[in-house]
Design a protein around this ligand. Structure first.
Ligand SMILES: C=C(O[C@@H]1C=C(C(=O)O)C=C[C@H]1O)C(=O)O
Length: 495
């Protein structure tokens, strides 16, 4: 089955917009339920993050996504359809995500002003998964687990279709307004609703950034053991052959004297890390998850019956030098480190094996390079593949297979993940899990939610992890996480 958004109208005149809405109302009447309608048009906006900050109210879900390298910014707010699955709900969340998309995109009607390409006019679904499918379930027999839950909880799946979305690139800037059309709707009422949102977004508004905060406390989250002791325990288990690799995260709580401004923090990240994907996801309940990730877990594009896929192997890390020469020496050290190469190979293997299990043909050209960010350099191998399937929604099955890769989980995955759940100081929530977007044109990107943290009022909890393999040195792994923390600490004004 080829599921795509059912119809796209290009409207150079108001009659055809009228026809599109009429068709959506007919669809809604046929199925006896609401049907999505979207209208896209050229829009003038130089700063999508500022638009989001000034237009979205605090109760609304918000999403921001910036891939500077791919020349793409998405800024969106509000919701016309949403699925939020709590950790305890059970059910297969990837399957539920798929059904959500099918239910909403299958009968959706899109219209545009005639100047919009298919990618921009397609309806976008935005969201994230939590790291663990069902917190505590995989290790139900482990004692005292609940004590270590994070205080900031996020759904195990959150997908939403925004009320409005701005898709910005250097060549175009398109605004899409989405609406739910009811069987009893009338065309004029729908037109009035579209006009309401259009003028809301067009009205001049100013973003008043809150008064700058000061940091009052920075404190490592303590579990039942300190992080270095957990790393030592993991090394013993690696030595005994229990697992070969486990990625262990530390968490730090940062407290300020007044509320943090998530938009300001994201702005710092996007300027400092242009090679990364800057992201922000706010459920509309005063909690924001944000970060700047260098890692893509799955990027895809449907081309006829084929799906082009990309997934990044990113593992093996070292700091940046203060001088060019020191930086080069560190780079050489990383490129020739047997331990880091081995750690990196685990990730390449885990991604390739799982893609092959799904029937994908991996492109034979696989090149490992250095990825240099302002605070850290990594071994980086983009893996590209192709799979034949007429239903692009199988990407959710692929995502389910890939997550967590050995870059943020371990090898073998189940044993490593169980250890992490048992020993890490707190639940990961959305940290190191897939976050991103897809659209009705069969394309999308999910990043790995690392170099990230949660903001809730005057509190932030940030995460950083490191891959532990045989011969890992505890102090080196700890300083690696300290280097990684620097990104968020700096953006929070805590460094
Ligand atoms: C787990 C994190 O990073 C991951 C672990 C890496 C490593 O161990 O070298 C490198 C990149 C990421 O895949 C993190 O940043 O929190």
């Amino acid at each position: 089955m080829q599921l795509r958004q059912s119809i796209t109208y290009s409207h150079r005149d108001s009659k055809s917009l009228y026809d599109g809405i009429t068709r959506a109302i007919a669809n809604a009447q046929n199925v006896g339920a609401a049907v999505l309608f979207s209208y896209s048009q050229d829009w003038d906006c130089a700063n999508p993050l500022l638009l989001l900050a000034s237009k979205a109210d605090s109760q609304q879900p918000k999403f921001y996504w910036e891939e500077a390298n791919a020349d793409l910014i998405l800024a969106a707010a509000g919701t016309v359809a949403e699925i939020a699955i709590a950790n305890q709900d059970g059910g297969d969340r990837f399957d539920l995500a798929k059904k959500f998309i099918e239910n909403h995109l299958d009968l959706a009607i899109s219209a545009d002003d005639g100047n919009v390409n298919l990618s921009a006019s397609a309806i976008h679904v935005l969201g994230a998964f939590s790291f663990y499918e069902n917190t505590g379930d995989a290790c139900a027999d482990l004692p005292d687990f609940c004590e270590y839950r994070t205080e900031i909880e996020f759904p195990s799946l959150l997908f939403f279709i925004p009320r409005w979305l701005l898709r910005h690139s250097s060549s175009s800037c398109i605004l899409t307004i989405n609406d739910q059309i009811q069987p009893w709707d009338e065309v004029d009422a729908v037109l009035a609703r579209l006009e309401h949102w259009r003028s809301h977004l067009q009205a001049t508004s100013y973003y008043q950034s809150p008064t700058l905060h000061e940091i009052s406390q920075i404190k490592e989250v303590q579990g039942r053991q300190g992080w270095t002791e957990i790393v030592e325990r993991a090394l013993q288990l690696i030595h005994q052959g229990h697992f070969q690799k486990v990625v262990l995260a530390r968490a730090i709580d940062v407290l300020a004297n007044r509320a943090f401004d998530p938009f300001q923090i994201l702005h710092v990240l996007r300027c400092e890390y242009p090679e990364c994907i800057s992201f922000l996801l706010d459920c509309g309940m005063g909690k924001t998850f944000l970060g700047a990730t260098p890692e893509i877990v799955l990027q895809f594009k449907a081309q006829g019956d084929r799906l082009r896929l990309r997934s990044d192997a990113l593992a093996g890390s070292i700091g940046r030098g203060k001088t060019l020469q020191e930086d080069r020496l560190l780079a050489e050290q990383l490129l020739h480190s047997e331990k880091d190469r081995r750690e990196h190979q685990f990730v390449i293997r885990s991604i390739c094996d799982r893609l092959q299990t799904m029937g994908a043909n991996i492109d034979p050209q696989v090149n490992t390079k250095l990825l240099k960010l302002s605070n850290v350099q990594h071994l980086h191998t983009p893996i590209t593949a192709e799979i034949y399937n007429s239903n692009w929604l199988m990407i959710l099955d692929i995502l389910q297979q890939l997550h967590p890769t050995a870059a943020v989980g371990g090898v073998p995955r189940d044993r490593a993940v169980c250890f992490m759940q048992q020993w890490e100081a707190c639940d990961r929530g959305w940290y190191a899990a897939p976050i991103g977007w897809l659209n009705g044109n069969g394309e999308g990107t999910f990043g790995v939610g690392i170099r990230s943290g949660y903001i809730q009022g005057d509190r932030a909890r940030i995460f950083a992890g490191a891959g532990i393999v045989a011969n890992s040195q505890v102090e080196n792994e700890q300083s690696e996480t300290t280097i990684k923390f620097a990104a968020l600490l700096k953006a929070l004004g805590a460094l």
